[in-house]
Design a protein around this ligand. Structure first.
Ligand code: GDP
Ligand code: MN
Length: 380
């Protein structure tokens, strides 16, 4: 789950990190009032669940309440990479000496938590990673031991931070690590982390992504969910207990089990297709779940063909076939389907589907090849 900058900043503040406290506003008048209250030059920042707001014109300085109102009227309602701006954060403008990047992520390959820092902060860090990877420095923390002070200091020295500023940086890095850890985050980053003109550290923009599977442990963080930012299909899937991720391709996938779902997507790509979604209907794959899943997948106008790939382990294939037939009867899909159904009672299940005129295939490669061809045929 993603949260807004101002919410992430609150979490960092609770962990002792100095932030640029501002006021959230939803109308130009509220922005003008906030600017009046703060006094001096302010920065007006779009609050949307995407980065690169600065480049898109979603971060602007304003020298007076009138200018803040004017700037806000342009930012509110703006579209930034498919996200409509409903809220802005108004904060005092900070005189910046230098901008750094500081981020904490789960590093699956290293089986630990990686802390990344760069003196090329402020800009798009993915671009830095691509073009000048030597400008990114890393420390790997053992999740049982945390980020040691010597590691935080070693990172500071790698970034060329002057000795008198190192203790403050190291403290902040460890606080960020702790904020990440305590929130069950998959990402916590400050970009830019600035050194102000009066040589103080300040988190000027922060982002935290919380692991959805850990939200049960954090009812307070669950409260931060912004429904306006959520994909409606993903919300409906969550309510139905399905795990669904919308993608950009043309082949809808209805699969049981996360591993089989991933393998199915790989197979589709291998044969030149693009999956329209990740969807795990769960190990049980009950008739109702299959119907809900089909509805979710078919709601996407990009879908040109659907691949149903079910392994009947806990549920019997004949029961799944029955559910599938009932769902198709109710929905009457207009795009071609390819079905692979294997496991317990597969003969009975397949016979039912074949009788209804549906294509049932044996292997993953065959299923993937057929659905890719079907999607291309339907698209032509
Ligand atoms: P992002 O583009 O979505 O990452 O938004 P940021 O909040 O990081 O802002 C982008 C850039 O705007 C920063 O890297 C700064 O250079 C600039 N900026 C943001 N806030 C301030 C501020 O208070 N003072 C000054 N001088 N620049 C700011
Ligand atoms: Mn930023």
């Amino acid at each position: 789950m993603n949260i807004h900058e101002y919410q992430a900043a609150e979490i960092l503040k609770r962990h002792g990190i100095p932030i640029n406290t501002g006021i959230v506003a939803t109308t130009p008048d509220e922005v003008a009032a906030a600017a009046e209250q703060l006094g001096g030059t302010v920065v007006v920042k779009a609050q949307v669940h995407t980065g690169g707001r600065g480049k898109a014109g979603g971060v602007k300085l304003a020298g007076s309440p009138a200018e803040a109102r004017e700037v806000a009227s342009r930012i509110l309602g703006m579209d930034i990479r498919g996200h409509t701006v409903h809220k802005v954060l108004v904060a005092p403008a900070v005189p910046i000496e230098r901008e750094y990047y500081l981020g904490v992520v789960i590093d699956r390959a290293a089986r630990g938590i990686t802390i990344m820092g760069s003196s090329a902060g402020g800009v798009d860090i993915e671009e830095v990673a691509r073009e000048t990877p030597e400008q990114i420095h890393r420390e790997l923390a053992d999740p049982f031991l945390g980020l040691h002070d010597f590691q935080a200091r070693r990172l500071a020295f790698a970034l060329g931070i002057e000795p008198d500023l190192v203790p403050g940086f190291a403290r902040l890095a460890r606080q960020l690590y702790q904020a990440f850890f305590d929130s069950d985050a998959s990402l916590a980053e400050i970009n830019p982390l600035v050194l102000t003109k009066d040589r103080a550290w300040l988190a000027l923009d922060s982002k935290i992504t919380i692991d959805d599977s850990a939200l049960v442990r954090h009812p307070d963080l669950e409260q931060l969910r912004d429904l306006q930012e959520e994909n409606p299909t993903e919300m409906a899937a969550r309510a139905a207990g399905l795990s669904f991720v919308k993608l950009d391709g043309t082949i809808g996938c209805v699969v049981n089990g996360a591993g089989l779902s991933m393998a199915t997507m790989d197979a589709i790509k291998h044969y030149g297709g693009e999956p329209a979604n990740f969807l795990d209907v769960g190990g049980g794959a009950s008739a109702e779940q299959v119907e809900t899943a089909l509805r979710l997948v078919l709601a996407d106008p990009n879908v040109r063909a659907v691949l149903v790939n079910i392994f009947g382990g806990i549920t019997r294939c004949d029961v799944v076939a029955q559910g599938l037939l009932a769902a198709m009867e109710a929905i009457k899909p207009t795009v071609p389907f390819v079905i692979r159904l294997v496991g317990t009672n597969q003969e009975a299940g397949r016979a039912m589907l074949a009788e209804a005129g549906l294509t049932v295939v044996d292997t993953m490669p065959e299923a993937a090849q057929r659905v890719v061809a079907a999607a291309k045929g339907a698209a032509a």
